[in-house]
Design a protein. Structure first.
Ligand code: LLP
Length: 443
């Protein structure tokens, strides 16, 4: 009935996640509340790892794209499952470092890494830096030589693939802020330049064509383009590329209309292409890296809200206001993202009318879904939004000075807080007031 196999309905007609009654979770931990199913998240990690073992003889590594959800707990979980991680900022890197993540399994991305972030990466001993552009290459070489280290890198390549997804999350085409292009020779030139640098070791190439992609064809096309480029690099510059990182972007099921492939099917098809073309070109099979984020954690997460005011505007629409909104889930306002919503305390009730689920921010666009068919909803009901494990907490904000919800991790019969609810004091902890003015009471 639901998008994810860990969700069900119990005898009280309440939505359950794993062994847990969501209405009880809402009561115990308060709302809004992010709930994450540890067992499902681990199962997703294993599915990817097994796919690499099965279809590519284990000659690869799956990285969790930590931008989807970056916390110390989930970082450690991913490491325990044998995955690496992709980070895209000093903050993500620091979180994993502090969680004890094996730094040699970290790939550092980003189109504008700052000198401070590069310093931090080298100090932490990050395994690979995915260099985006010439400016960054020169900066990295300079900082690495000051530190007397040689940094292993991959270059981010734009493979010229236009994936069919939302414009904001497409990245493989030439008109993109990420990476260097193939068609104008930029990618070739940057490799040539790197060869002359004393503190840079070229290990591989990377591409990422976009996110929430259902069709496997664009991934296969990207793999073909990249293998051909690897072969060219050897022929023209004598560079032996060891690592091919094909990024993430595999789609997940947000609503019944979505029909994604299993992770193993993506990996199976893409590895077949890599193997066939490597053989044809006579190059060694590269160590293959994938970077799924959404497909590891999205379905493991739900968000629980309490319904406040229900405003029926005759001949217009019904607004159901919840105690969260764009602060904890900005994806509808940003991308018009579709979600499945469930009345958690009356989970099998028949939908009777369309409603718009509105957040509590002072902004008309602060909506979670519009015109979704729902049962009769009352003040105090518990509402669940499904598949919010990815890009919800990680994209949350304190707009209107609303504290971020906690994350509760459920596993078996256990439920524990892995990220605490923010308090009002957390919100003001970095504010600076001049002591004198406070004392004079002039503020
Ligand atoms: N690798 C790179 C270099 C990426 O840029 C991304 C996502 C990933 C891997 C992971 O992609 P995934 O498997 O999660 O699709 N905020 C948007 C998604 C932005 C994705 C950015 N990059 C959303 O909420 O849909």
């Amino acid at each position: 009935m639901f998008n994810s196999q860990n969700l069900s309905i119990n005898s009280k007609n309440h939505l359950t996640i794993g062994q847990h009654d969501t209405v009880e979770l809402a009561k115990k931990f308060g709302t809004p509340l992010y709930v994450l199913d540890e067992d499902l998240m681990r199962a997703s990690c294993r599915a990817y790892k097994n796919a690499i073992d099965t279809y590519y003889d284990g000659h690869g590594l799956v990285l969790f794209a930590s931008k989807a959800l970056c916390t110390m707990y989930t970082g450690r979980l991913v490491a325990e499952e044998g995955l690496g991680a992709d980070v895209v900022s000093g903050g993500e890197l620091y979180t994993l470092y502090k969680a004890g993540f094996p730094m040699e399994k970290v790939f550092f991305h980003g189109n504008n890494k700052t000198p401070d972030e590069i310093e931090l990466a080298l100090t932490c001993g990050v395994g690979h830096i995915v260099v985006d552009n010439k400016y960054e290459l020169e900066l990295l070489n300079r900082i690495a030589s000051e530190k007397n280290v040689t940094q292993r890198i991959l270059f981010r390549i734009k493979p010229g693939i236009d994936a069919h997804t939302h414009d904001f999350v497409k990245t493989g085409q030439i008109d993109s802020k990420f990476g260097v292009a193939l068609e104008n020779g930029e990618a070739y030139e940057i490799h040539k330049l790197a060869l002359s640098m004393s503190n840079i070791q070229i290990d591989g190439v990377h591409c990422h064509i976009g996110s929430q992609i259902f069709d496997v064809e664009p991934f296969c096309e990207a793999a073909k383009v990249m293998i051909s480029f690897i072969s060219d690099l050897y022929d023209k510059l004598g560079i032996k590329v060891k690592i091919l990182n094909l990024g993430g972007g595999f789609g997940i099921k947000y609503t019944s209309k979505d029909d994604p492939l299993e992770p193993s099917e993506y990996i199976h098809k893409v590895t077949d292409v890599v193997k066939a073309l490597a053989l044809e070109k006579g190059i060694e099979l590269p160590f293959l890296v994938f970077e799924p984020g959404r497909s590891i954690v999205a379905s493991a997460g739900i968000t629980l809200y309490t319904v406040g005011c229900v405003k029926e505007i005759e001949n217009v629409r019904t607004y159901v206001s919840i105690d969260g909104g764009m602060c904890d889930n900005p994806r509808y306002i940003l991308y018009g993202s579709k979600y499945t919503t469930v009345l958690a305390n009356n989970a099998s009730a028949e939908p009777i009318a369309p409603v718009t689920i509105a957040g509590k921010c002072c902004e008309s666009g602060d909506l979670i879904q519009e015109h979704v068919m729902m049962p009769k909803i009352h003040v105090g009901d518990t509402l669940a939004v499904l598949a919010t494990g990815a890009y919800n907490y990680s994209m949350s904000s304190n707009y209107n000075r609303i504290p971020r919800p906690p994350i509760v991790m459920v596993s078996g019969d256990e439920a524990k807080v892995i990220v605490k609810r923010e308090t009002y004091d957390d919100l003001i902890k970095n504010d600076v007031l001049e002591e004198a003015r406070v004392l004079q009471g002039t503020v």
